[in-house]
Design a protein around this ligand. Structure first.
Ligand SMILES: NC(=O)C1=CN([C@@H]2O[C@H](COP(=O)(O)OP(=O)(O)OC[C@H]3O[C@@H](n4cnc5c(N)ncnc54)[C@H](O)[C@@H]3O)[C@@H](O)[C@H]2O)[C@@H](O)CC1
Ligand SMILES: Nc1ncnc2c1ncn2[C@@H]1O[C@H](COP(=O)(O)OP(=O)(O)O)[C@@H](O)[C@H]1O
Ligand SMILES: [K+]
Length: 515
């Protein structure tokens, strides 16, 4: 499956370019779309008592007229309910002229048990909350529990953001065209699409390539090519060395979770950097992971000089304050970012919160030429602390917010949640969709931070490492399932890694480098 996600505007441009390039004109693409939908309706609902096609005023409605015609010609009982006539001269008007099924006003829509609804009210062109006739149809279908086949998107869902404008259908199956849209993966859109089918309607790959899309679904094909694989003659320090900062005596567990995850992700060496008062607690619980006392900046500089770490995690259980800020800025000041030295810093939890009053200090340090890559891993609350203006901007989707934050911070931002978005300051972004609610458990984020740092330490570029880490973490949680606690996650990684290494080598990556 292709990874590119097209915004509705990009999809409209793809339609335009495809029509210009041929062989299909607008009505040709619409007929292909209608056929794809009718095929799904016939295959999935062979016993439908009646199919109700709800047609809107735009080209989404145009698809509906094609579907109604094909279904009626296939012997299905069809009712066609329209919210209004299509705009004169549009492809939808051509489709309506060619449709033998009489239309009835949407405001009078009725349906009964055993019926199926095809939703072609609004797709990519949804621009405002559903009007009363459409909202009434949504409520009636929900009350009767009828299956809905949504075309392009369930009406009411924004293709850009996945948000519900007013109200929306909850579809059993959604058929979209050429490529998925962000609203198919972002919540609540993802949930309301039901099963998602991407139909080929004759838009050539070259058309999509011409759009130079920068938004992707996060799947292994996006980053598999740069996933670190140990050379046969490697040694442990060539596999990267991660330093994980521990909190004080009463909060050491989070750092150890990160450290274990970094080791499981393949880093050759991991050291927990512990304050003196927590050395005993850490020593009692570490085996393969190394331990070093770091109280002052001078201790950190000693570690940097002696052990040449390639990535750090700072934040889990660390405590909020001056010390977190000083260590963060020292790490960001240390790296060469060019193959030797510190390649990256994953700043999580308390590390993020420590900069709530002076985010500019962090962002300037990350923007310094040659600085290690900064990866921020905020959940919603932490995001709002570091990026309050972006968090409050209701015009931005989660995708837009993550992108804006990454640009502001000169960082890779992993905006966590059930629909985690990974965004880079270079404009690339990916939406993750393989997670499961079992991941919502204390310490789960600490493990994610460790995986990402482990991958960066092994030489994976920060955006790819962030995407790979999010995917592995989510996959581990989903496969483990009920009963998951954070301690289980590092140990659940090896089967995922084995699967990754058994994938055939890719000849190309779908992830274009940034500018
Ligand atoms: N030839 C083409 O351009 C093709 C278009 N396709 C279909 O065309 C759709 C996009 O068509 P459009 O751009 O016409 O967009 P839509 O059909 O989604 O709706 C746009 C129209 O509805 C109005 N509108 C938006 N939200 C409204 C609301 N809540 N209440 C009342 N009116 C509202 C807009 O002002 C506009 O007139 C796609 O989703 C896809 O289903 C496909 O058939 C493929 C080919
Ligand atoms: N409902 C959910 N579905 C999928 N993933 C989730 C869900 N809720 C949380 N997660 C994931 O679990 C992790 C929780 O991280 P975080 O909130 O930092 O927890 P903690 O601070 O306890 O470690 C994140 O990676 C997040 O994306
Ligand atoms: K629709």
């Amino acid at each position: 499956m292709t990874l590119e996600l097209l915004t509705p505007a990009e999809m409209a441009e793809a339609d335009r370019l495809a029509i210009a390039a041929g062989p299909f004109d607008g009505i040709g693409l619409m007929r292909n779309a209608g056929w794809a939908v009718a095929t799904v309706v016939l295959a999935r609902f062979p016993g439908a008592r009646r199919v109700h096609v709800l047609a809107g005023p735009g080209n989404n409605g145009g698809d509906g007229y094609v579907v109604a015609k094909i279904l009626q010609e296939s012997g299905v009982a069809v009712s066609l309910w329209a919210s209004g006539p299509p705009r004169t001269g549009s492809d939808a008007a051509l489709a309506a002229d060619d449709c033998p099924v009489p239309t009835k006003p949407l405001a009078e829509f009725e349906a009964g048990p055993g019926d199926v609804v095809v939703d072609t009210l609004y797709g990519a062109g949804l621009s405002k909350p559903l009007a009363s006739d459409a909202a009434r149809a949504v409520a009636l279908v929900a009350a009767k529990g009828l299956p809905v086949v949504a075309v392009d998107l369930p009406s009411g869902i924004s293709g850009d953001s996945g948000a519900v404008l007013g109200c929306a259908f909850a579809a059993t199956v959604t058929i979209t065209f050429a490529r998925r849209k962000p609203g198919h993966l972002l919540l609540p859109g993802r949930d309301l699409c039901g099963e998602l089918i991407v139909a080929d309607i004759g838009i050539a790959p070259a058309v999509v390539e011409a759009l130079a899309v920068k938004t992707f679904e996060n799947r292994p094909a996006l980053w598999r090519r740069s996933f670190p694989s140990p050379a046969v003659d490697t040694h442990k320090y060539r596999r990267g060395h991660v330093g994980v900062f521990s909190g004080g005596a009463s909060s050491t567990g989070a750092a150890r979770l990160s450290a274990l995850a970094a080791a499981r992700s393949g880093a050759g060496a991991v050291t927990v950097l512990s304050p003196g008062d927590a050395m005993q607690a850490n020593a009692a619980h570490l085996t393969a992971i190394m331990l070093r006392q770091v109280d002052e900046l001078a201790d950190l500089h000693g570690f940097l000089a002696d052990r040449r770490p390639s990535a750090f995690v700072l934040g889990p259980g660390f405590g909020v304050g001056d010390r977190a800020r000083a260590f963060t800025l020292a790490v960001l000041a240390s790296g060469s970012g060019a193959g030797s030295g510190v390649e990256g810093l994953v700043l999580d939890a308390d590390g993020i919160t420590s900069f709530r009053d002076e985010p500019g200090q962090l962002f300037a340090a990350a923007a310094r030429p040659g600085a290690p890559a900064l990866v921020l891993t905020p959940h919603e609350g932490e995001f709002a602390r570091l990026f309050p203006a972006i968090a409050e901007d209701d015009s931005l989707s989660k995708l837009g917010k993550a992108r804006a934050a990454a640009a502001a911070a000169h960082a890779v931002v992993i905006y966590k949640g059930a629909d985690t978005v990974i965004a880079s300051f270079d404009g690339r972004a990916a939406i993750n969709a393989n997670g499961a609610p079992w991941l919502a458990t204390a310490g789960s984020g600490d493990v994610l931070a460790g995986i990402v740092a482990g991958l960066i330490a092994q030489g994976m570029p920060a955006f790819e490492a962030a995407c790979a880490g999010v995917w592995l973490h989510a996959e581990a949680g989903s496969r483990f399932g009920p009963g998951l606690i954070a301690e289980d996650l590092p140990g659940a990684l090896p089967p995922m890694l084995r699967d990754l290494f058994s994938l055939p080598p890719q000849s190309r990556s779908d992830c274009r480098p940034g500018p």
